[in-house]
Design a protein around this ligand. Structure first.
Ligand SMILES: [Ca+2]
Ligand SMILES: [Ca+2]
Length: 586
């Protein structure tokens, strides 16, 4: 939840225009994949290649050549062409479109993949953040819903995710639903309690955990509590710090994010008892924990009081279900973030590594950053979490619903996007991936744009496609939709899937001890030793476009290569191509 988001929401609430915002895709920089505009939503095959102006001119010149030259050239070139055609398919040619609906095409592509490894026991899991409104629409109203999530568990499981974080699902007046009117119900836009139970059951059958977004800094202004139990809220004769609004009786209520979202009085023992009933209700329905929204504003500017609330919350939730997972949003990039681990909460999102200003993005796009520095920061963050709570671990992520999507700030460069995801997902802790980032979806500017419809297919009004939040601007995607990327071993999707699956294959990544190794002098290359339960792996990184040679023991086992070029090992010498991560076993 951000204040900016709420301001934008106020604008959006003035009403939805008749025509919902549309999306279109444009040619990405340096790519020739395809182009499509939403206003002409028929599919365009990459195979139906259009000639650009220079191509057309070249073809005209060739046609003017004497016929004999052409025949000679054909006789000479034909065997070569046939050989080349047998060896490789050009990257921008796809098989002719079939006429099946996209979910069937996707299902076939997923079925052709290696099955994922079974879920882990944790900690060190990998989670998928699902913004339900925009994920998949199961009933044709253009709004994503719980059944839409259930329908795509194959996709989520196939990527190797161990769990999903659902954005708020309770009754609300907004598309984002961070203003809750009833904590014990499902918003009718998303379905009903039977749909919820079915989703949880389907997830658990697959070994996928489910956590809910827990919004307890504030409720909706129209929650019955606001009139019936005003003592649950911060109401005073005079406004305090930050944002307060006037009531008809002349008193004021605290609303740090928005006038429609009054801040709770978390001192109230009765409110806490009500919230405990709510925890028990959802844990009793099978949820595996919660993502805690807006912690810094429980008591704005008071870390000590916030930690006290979290300790109570942690004890209450674990008292009901001891193996629950709790992950907190403390949007802070300073050391004060780590003080929150004293509360006993399992994880806090690693904001210092996320977004366009975070350590991951800086390492891949800024010349003056070094791998040494990145690994040192990673080590410090990992140690800081465990110092205050030995059972805790970080929650690395790269983007979320409040941040610009990576594609934009990484210049729509697939190598940079892949490398950044590799760095993020090789970090220790419980890692999170925001839906659609595995496709390199676009989304920046207003919050609605950051929550655009999951780009399953470029048929934007196909059954199953969500239409996106009201107020979303026309979207431009630089990379193909899921139905195409799942089939392409070089896609961003395939890279992120491989990275997520490596976390499952090597529990060392999420859980192991962390020790940076001396490897040489290349500023953007480095390696770490990760030890877990008596076994050791080495993760070697090269975040520069140039190859790097590192001196390392161990046998090369796996690689994440942005370009497709593979690392080579000779004795203790490992040469990583540009933008490559390798895993060695000691
Ligand atoms: Ca729907
Ligand atoms: Ca508050």
């Amino acid at each position: 939840m951000t204040r900016m988001m709420v301001e934008q929401q106020q604008t959006a609430r003035t009403g939805r225009p008749d025509g919902r915002p549309l999306q279109h895709v444009e040619l990405p920089r340096g790519s020739r994949r395809f182009a499509h505009h939403a206003k002409s939503p028929q599919r365009i095959s990459r195979g139906a290649a259009r000639l650009t102006a220079p191509d057309t001119a070249r073809r005209s010149r060739r046609l003017r050549q004497p016929v004999t030259s052409v025949i000679i050239a054909l006789l000479v070139l034909m065997p070569l062409c046939l050989t080349a055609a047998c060896q490789a398919q050009p990257a921008d040619v796809t098989p002719p479109d079939d006429n099946r609906a996209w979910p069937e095409v996707l299902a076939d592509a997923l079925a052709a993949q290696e099955p994922p490894l079974p879920g882990q026991a944790g900690p060190g899991l990998t989670w998928y953040q699902v913004f339900v409104y925009s994920f998949c629409d199961s009933d044709g109203d253009g709004i994503g819903d719980l059944n839409g999530v259930t329908e795509h568990l194959d996709y989520i499981q196939s990527m190797g995710f161990d769990g999903i974080w659902l954005s708020p699902i309770h009754p609300s007046s907004t598309y984002h639903k961070y203003n809750v009117r009833d904590y014990l119900e499902i918003d009718p836009e998303y379905g009903d309690m039977d749909d919820f139970d079915a989703l949880v059951e389907a997830c658990h059958l697959r070994g996928i955990k489910v956590i809910l977004d827990l919004v307890i800094n504030h409720s909706d202004l129209n929650h019955p509590w606001f009139t019936e139990r005003p003592e649950y809220y911060n109401i005073a004769d005079k406004p305090g710090n930050g944002n307060w609004e006037l009531l008809p009786d002349g008193r004021w209520y605290e609303c740090q994010f928005w006038g429609e979202m009054p801040d709770f009085n978390l001192d109230s023992a009765e409110l806490r008892a009500q919230l405990e009933k709510m925890f028990a209700f959802w844990l009793g329905r099978g949820v595996d924990g919660f993502r805690l929204d807006a912690i810094k504003d429980y008591y704005s500017g008071n870390i000590g009081s916030n930690v006290e609330v979290l300790s109570w919350l942690n004890n209450a939730v674990k008292g009901i279900k001891p193996d629950s997972y709790l992950v907190g949003e403390v949007w802070d990039t300073t050391n004060s973030l780590y003080q929150y681990y004293e509360s006993g909460i399992d994880s806090f999102f690693s904001f210092p590594f996320a977004g366009s200003d975070g350590a991951v993005a800086k390492l891949v796009i800024q010349a003056n950053t070094t791998m040494d520095d990145f690994l040192r920061k990673t080590d410090e963050a990992y140690s800081a979490a465990r110092e205050l709570n030995p059972g805790a671990t970080n929650a690395p992520f790269f983007t979320n619903h409040d941040m610009s999507r990576a594609s934009g700030f990484l210049r729509r460069d697939p190598n940079l996007i892949k490398m950044a995801w590799g760095l993020s997902l090789m970090q220790p802790g419980d890692a999170f991936v925001y839906y659609g980032e595995e496709l390199g979806m676009s989304g920046s500017g207003k919050d609605e744009n950051k929550r655009a419809p999951m780009f399953w297919t470029d048929e934007l009004r196909a059954a199953g496609m969500a239409y996106g939040p009201p107020g979303m601007e026309e979207m431009t995607h630089s990379f193909p939709p899921a139905v195409q990327q799942v089939k392409d071993p070089d896609s961003i999707y395939s890279y992120v899937r491989d990275a997520v699956r490596l976390r499952g294959k090597y529990p060392h990544i999420g859980r192991g001890a962390f020790e940076a190794l001396p490897v040489g002098t290349d500023a953007k290359a480095g390696a770490v030793l990760r030890a877990w339960q008596g076994s050791e792996i080495i993760i070697a990184y090269n975040a520069s476009p140039e190859p790097a040679t590192l001196t390392l023991p161990g046998a090369l086992r796996d690689a994440l290569s942005a370009t497709g070029e593979q690392p080579a090992q000779e004795g203790d010498s490992l040469t990583l191509p540009g933008y490559c991560i390798a895993i060695l076993e000691k």
